[in-house]
Write a protein that binds this ligand. Structure first.
Ligand code: UDP
Length: 236
């Protein structure tokens, strides 16, 4: 598929038009940002790892009945995906307390929940992605009631599939963020990425963090953690 003009550049990816109006090419960068864009850096090899891991997981989810935007991996960094309009909600599922949940409610990290939690953030950089509930999302017409129900069901299914899969690799899926998009006919599909940038992964034996928290918290070993997740998924 031919890559045409750049449509968009985000913090970690670029998006290009193609000869097919219903498809775009996503190109993953090594750039990393955190703390609402205040912290910037690069993680060598991250783009290729996130691209390949996302595509692997999107295929796994498709096999398990979750529709996604994935079409075809072109090379280490670039993938053809269906063109969607992104629903401006970040969908966050948590199995264990960490990050902003622990901070917001004044609890330690590592509390295992009986049931996964489900929350939305409003994707809006100017407002710093505030927490938002269903009724607010409806009031703001960010999605319909039916879409919110579909998003919730799909996100919980993603959690079940991914939690079980990562456990087979000796990795606990602590929490993660998903984004959904609408195809031109309105069908909702899982979009964006699923990677150590968007998930918290803790080694099941040692508890070692194998995700972007190493970058956010200046823990060192960022590249190594991404590579470790890559080798768990694809083998050495
Ligand atoms: N997350 C993300 N993008 C964001 C915010 C969060 O991918 O803009 C992911 C994050 O990697 C973690 C989960 O969503 O796996 C929950 O993040 P949290 O709300 O705890 O926020 P954080 O502590 O990362 O600010």
């Amino acid at each position: 598929m031919e890559k045409r003009e750049q449509l968009y550049e985000g913090k970690a990816k670029k998006v290009y038009a193609t000869s097919d109006p219903d498809k775009v090419i996503v190109s993953y960068k090594d750039d990393a940002t955190a703390l609402d864009g205040l912290k910037k850096g690069t993680v060598a090899g991250k783009g290729a790892i996130n691209n390949r891991m996302t595509n692997f997981l999107m295929r796994l989810l498709e096999k398990n009945g979750v529709p996604t935007h994935f079409v075809e991996e072109l090379n280490d960094r670039e993938t053809v995906v269906k063109k969607v309009s992104i629903v401006p909600l970040e969908v966050i599922i948590r199995n264990v307390s960490a990050g902003s949940f622990a901070k917001r409610y004044g609890v330690e990290e590592g509390i295992v929940f009986d049931e996964p939690t489900f929350e939305f953030s409003y994707k809006n950089d100017d407002l710093h992605d505030p927490l938002i509930n269903d009724t607010h999302a409806l009031a703001l017409k960010l999605a319909t009631k039916e879409e919110l129900a579909t998003i919730r069901a799909m996100a919980l299914k993603v959690n079940e599939v991914l939690k079980a899969y990562f456990l087979t690799l000796g990795v606990r899926l602590i929490d993660f963020k998903l984004e959904f998009g609408r195809l031109s006919d309105g069908t909702l599909v899982l979009a964006d990425e699923i990677s150590p940038d968007t998930c918290r992964f803790w080694d099941a034996k040692t508890g070692e963090k194998l995700d972007k928290d190493r970058f956010r918290r200046d823990m060192g070993g960022v590249e190594e953690a991404y590579k470790e997740m890559m080798s768990r998924v694809f083998g050495k």
